[in-house]
Design a protein around this ligand. Structure first.
Ligand SMILES: [Zn+2]
Length: 271
């Protein structure tokens, strides 16, 4: 029996009115917006544990609520770099967000980081809100789920200002050089459906070279459906397709990929 963990999904906003707007809208395209069905289907596919990841205050709140209702779902609370502009000068909402950290089943901070590809918030605001969350993780000894896109040159010096931060670079698609920097710092690397449809040969080589001890699997659902489900709403059961793809690409057995990535997730998040 294969046992997998989806270390990064956003199922808390299925059928919700609040939550992160783009994500909630994407879930709206699902034929049947029933969270318990989505969780049950994942379990049937061998994806028995899920981490539901928040992108802002209300979205994180939903993740905590969902985790309280399902024994096999945990929550991560975060302010996505896209949302940084709404938090950077608002101490009240930052304090209210920080108070969520002690709620039951909160196992990580994130997703947080820097995104200079979209730049929905200005880089300065993004850096400040990232540092706020690094401090929070440090204080509570929690791992971080990082979202870093086209911003590694700024990211590494900020991270290196903090001691002993554990975490994962979620949806990692970057260079071998940045992979090496991640490994050197003991970070994990999260791989999702992008691996199954990218045509970029250097990226495919990078996926082959991630040490199994540093690899985590994720879906980022409802986004990034793997082959052969492109164009559909992604759900956590599809983490199995990512595992199968990587097993084939890396010449490893599905059992080996599953058991080590599951161990990695259990140790990082303390599930
Ligand atoms: Zn995400």
């Amino acid at each position: 029996m294969i046992e997998l963990i989806d270390t990064h999904c956003h199922i808390q906003s299925i059928g919700a009115t609040g939550g992160e707007a783009v994500t909630t809208k994407q879930w709206g395209k699902l034929e049947d917006t029933n969270i318990s069905r989505v969780v049950a289907e994942a379990k049937e596919a061998g994806v028995g544990k899920l981490i539901s990841v928040g992108c802002d205050h209300s979205d994180s709140h939903l993740a905590i609520k969902l985790a309280s209702e399902y024994p096999n779902v945990w929550a991560s609370i975060g302010i996505h770099p896209h949302e940084a502009k709404d938090y950077v000068n608002n101490n009240e909402i930052k304090m209210s967000f920080a108070s969520l950290v002690s709620r039951p089943k909160v196992v990580a901070i994130g997703e947080c980081g820097l995104d200079y590809f979209y730049e929905h918030s200005n880089p300065d605001d993004q850096r400040q809100v990232l540092e706020f969350q690094l401090n929070l993780a440090s204080k509570h000894n929690l791992p971080i789920i990082f979202h870093v896109r086209e911003a590694f040159n700024d990211f590494w010096p900020i991270l290196d200002n903090f001691n002993g931060i554990k975490g994962v670079l979620h949806s990692f698609t970057d260079s071998q050089a940045n992979l090496k920097k991640a490994i050197d710092r003991g970070l994990f690397v999260g791989v999702n459906g992008i691996a199954t449809f990218t045509k970029d040969s250097s990226q495919i080589d990078m996926y082959k070279s991630i040490p199994l001890n540093n690899l985590l699997l994720e879906t980022d659902s409802p986004f990034l459906s793997p082959v052969p489900h492109r164009g559909q709403v992604n759900t956590p059961k599809n983490v199995r397709l990512v595992a199968e793809y990587l097993a084939n690409l890396r010449g490893q057995s599905l059992e080996d990929i599953a058991s080590q990535t599951t161990l990695n997730a259990l140790s990082l998040f303390g599930l």
